[in-house]
Design a protein around this ligand. Structure first.
Ligand SMILES: [Zn+2]
Length: 354
């Protein structure tokens, strides 16, 4: 999967969007040159208190091909106080519940952790950013069951502590951010790791809670790790949920091709999930080629306007999906379409095993 693909011409690349990446995490200084050379559109994700301003700056400097994404990642959700408890030690002690034998490591970690920031303050900055950039999305937000808090997240190698962030805490931080995105009509890039059931329940709950305002926005399951069966349930129940795939995360999954085959053609997006801006185009394109292969779609070598959807290649189809994602206002499929889809699903689930 790490083979370097041959890139198409600029006229084709201009229609490609990397829907999830992390250029502000790169140790490389983002030079204007690198960004000016960028031919695709990127969606840089913010993840924590310190990097919201970096995404802001990036979007201001490159409004043409940057869709800024603001939000707080579950890996940094412990920095946020959700219950008004802002005394540092009490906050982290309550979250991590250190056992007696973990006291020493807790003390060492505590010294390195920031003062907790109240959720209301997080939300007010987030509201500001989303309102300042009318095309901005919420991201990267989510839930993660495998993550363990590192002694120093930025150390290399990272030394992991035994502490995890309780799922209820992650969910409180996530739901508050989702509620804001729904209120402002903004799309979401969601991280979900080893939490299939909880994620399904969350999305069902959001749909119920927000009704039509929920289907007015779109939700992207970023580097989607769901099983093809779970994806299918989600796709059927929620017309506003998309999935995006990266070679970085999905590349080695034995489920990748099955997932692509299972996914409705209009719900797939592509991403790199990378920090290094110099690799975003190449890695996003590698996933475009995999999708083209599995779906049997042609790969555009040049760009022609006014091509009917039936003759569309992979780039035009994925571009259409991205436009549909951005537009939102999704409708539940009518019964007839469901029956047609069911037949298609049966076909895929029988025929696409690797
Ligand atoms: Zn990410």
């Amino acid at each position: 999967m790490s083979d370097k693909p041959v890139l198409p011409c600029t006229a084709v690349l201009r229609h490609v969007t990397d829907v999830h990446c992390h250029p502000t995490d790169s140790p490389l200084v983002l030079t204007d040159d690198e960004l000016h050379r960028l031919e695709i559109t990127i969606c840089p994700m913010a993840t924590r208190i310190a990097d919201q301003s970096q995404v802001r700056d990036l979007a201001r400097a490159h409004p043409k091909n940057v869709v800024p994404c603001f939000g707080h990642h579950p890996w940094f959700s412990h920095h946020i106080s959700v219950d008004g408890r802002t005394a540092k030690e009490a906050h982290y002690r309550q979250l991590f519940s250190p056992k007696a034998e973990q006291e020493e490591i807790f003390e060492r970690l505590l010294a390195l952790l920031p003062e907790p920031t109240p959720l209301e303050q997080i939300l007010s900055t987030l509201r500001n950013d989303l309102q300042t950039f009318p095309n901005a999305m919420l991201g990267e937000v989510g839930i993660d069951r495998t993550f363990r808090v590192a002694m120093d997240y930025f150390a290399n190698p990272r030394q992991l502590t035994p502490f995890t962030i309780p799922l209820e805490h992650q969910l409180t931080v996530l739901e508050a951010q989702i509620d804001l995105a729904v209120e402002l009509g903004r799309n979401i890039s969601l991280h979900s790791v080893k939490t299939q059931q909880v994620t399904m329940e969350l999305i069902n709950r959001m749909a119920k809670k927000h009704g039509e305002r929920w289907t007015n926005i779109s939700l992207d399951m970023h580097s989607c790790g769901l099983s093809p069966q779970t994806w299918l349930q989600l796709e059927k129940a929620h017309p506003n949920v998309f999935l995006s795939l990266s070679t970085a995360i999905n590349g080695r999954s034995p489920n990748l091709k099955k997932l692509i085959a299972t996914c409705a053609p209009e719900r797939i997006l592509v991403e790199s999930d990378l920090d290094d801006i110099r690799l975003c185009t190449e890695r996003t394109w590698a996933m475009v080629l995999i999708i083209a292969e599995v779906k049997g779609w042609a790969v555009e070598k040049e760009w022609a306007d006014d091509v009917p959807i039936s003759d569309s290649g992979v780039v035009r189809r994925l571009e259409g999906n991205w436009k549909g994602f951005q537009r939102g206002r999704h409708k539940h499929a009518v019964k007839q379409n469901r029956a047609a889809r069911k037949a298609d699903e049966d076909f895929h689930s029988e025929g696409s095993e690797e």
